[in-house]
Write a protein that binds this ligand. Structure first.
Ligand SMILES: [Zn+2]
Length: 423
């Protein structure tokens, strides 16, 4: 009897999951809804406001696992069909605003940050909820609004860059079947565009030389955007240099010298609207070391320095797979990862809930410097209380040649979450 009941339970749960695993075409048209939000506040307060909506033809994003999240990120977007009350799409991301909240500046001033989130356009009226979480993964701000696909004030956007500027670099299939990456030139003059394409070549080669990306090359599409800048290089506030560049990036983001980022997300998305993409890789034509990558937002790195290849892959680890940094400082000034909370990033643990991480890969928890998977203290900027899976990894140092086994498994999970079937 017990077996039979278990059997029935299994089938009823299975039945439930097939109802939830909806068909993309039942709820969405093949169009992209761009939702612009302002996240504002200071170190302890946060507010979310809708800034604008637009739509463009084609949806290059996920068409599977629509109502489930693999990674939680620091922010989530949930779309609910108003008629049925069913969740039809979820997306997770992290934001520059939440990083800024940890800076000293955030204790003195309120600031507002632009965030653009791309969603599939619903066929019927839907409710969109945006949630921001703190580092204990508790909701600290939430805002809901409705989207009616017939709303006349949803701006019609279209691709406006010419074929000379947007090029296919590597097309392995339809956008609906592949993960679409967009490489953008930042700080290259018109005459320097051959250099940009050579840098793309290097970056793509570096990515697919890393396991497990090598195995999944056929599941990626790559396009390039080559908008010329007036002069070479990007802005370097420390040197008093400010340049007009497509993404308006600059070093010294949050007064951190090497942090090369852009806060002009609306402008960036204005430039590239209508182009099929899911992940943004910005290559900066500068010899100064720097960059950054934020989960499901974008990544940026300097292409003219000797660590370009490892760094472009490292930052993609952040922006594509939500991997945490595995390095740490001895003089940490802040607890980034509280001991009572398991981080959402798959490659670090506080041991609060290690079963959800790489316990299945650990033979001996006392391993050190052996090259095997274990529990190594020091990760996520903290020398104590946060652990990584291997002594070294692409997410720890530029010199080390590959991702550790824990990161490799995490990246594979992310790739499989995005695509229908693995070839
Ligand atoms: Zn790793």
């Amino acid at each position: 009897m017990r077996i039979r009941r278990l059997f029935l339970l299994f089938f009823s749960l299975y039945g439930l999951s097939t109802i939830c695993a909806q068909d993309f075409d039942k709820y969405f048209s093949d169009n992209t809804l761009r939702a612009d939000y302002i996240f504002s506040g200071n170190a302890t307060t946060q507010e979310i406001s809708l800034s604008g909506l637009s739509k463009s033809a084609g949806w290059a994003g996920r068409r599977v696992n629509l109502d489930t999240l693999l990674l939680q990120g620091n922010a989530q977007v949930t779309m609910t069909d108003c008629e049925s009350g069913r969740i039809i799409y979820k997306q997770a991301l992290s934001t520059l605003f939440q990083e800024w909240q940890h800076t000293e500046e955030a204790t003195n001033v309120r600031k507002a940050f632009e965030n653009t989130i791309l969603l599939p356009l619903p066929l019927k009226k839907a409710r969109i909820t945006v949630t921001l979480c703190d580092n204990r993964r508790k909701t600290v701000a939430e805002m809901s609004h409705f989207v009616n696909p017939d709303d006349i004030l949803i701006r019609h956007a279209r691709k406006h860059l010419s074929e000379n500027v947007v090029k296919d670099y590597l097309i392995n299939g339809k956008s609906s079947d592949c993960i679409d990456l967009l490489y953008i030139a930042e700080g290259y003059t018109k005459a320097e565009m051959p250099q940009f394409y050579a840098d793309v070549e290097k970056a793509v080669h570096a990515l697919f030389s890393h396991k497990p990306f090598d195995k999944y090359r056929k599941h990626f599409n790559i396009r390039t955007v080559a908008i010329p800048s007036e002069c070479t290089d990007v802005s370097e506030p420390l040197k008093g240099k400010w340049h007009e560049t497509p993404a308006m990036s600059h070093f010294s983001t949050f007064y951190s010298d090497r942090y090369l980022m852009t806060e002009h997300l609306f402008r960036l998305h204005d430039l590239i609207e209508g182009i099929p993409f899911e992940h943004i890789v910005i290559l900066a034509n500068t010899p100064t070391y720097g960059g950054g990558g934020i989960y499901n937002l974008y990544m940026l790195t300097s292409a003219r320095q000797k660590w370009f290849e490892p760094v472009v892959v490292h930052e993609f680890g952040h922006s594509f797979a939500g991997l945490a940094d595995e390095y740490f400082y001895d003089d940490q000034y802040e607890t980034y990862y509280p001991a009572d909370t398991e981080p959402w990033e798959l490659n670090v643990t506080t041991l609060a809930d290690f079963d959800k991480k790489w316990r299945h890969m650990v033979k001996d928890v006392s391993l050190r410097n052996t090259g095997d998977v274990g529990i190594y203290e020091g990760a996520g900027y903290q020398s104590k209380g946060v652990y990584r899976g291997s002594f070294n990894c692409r997410m720890r140092t530029n010199e080390y040649p590959e991702f550790c086994p824990v990161c490799r498994e995490s990246i594979e999970k992310v790739i499989k979450y995005h695509i229908k079937s693995v070839k």
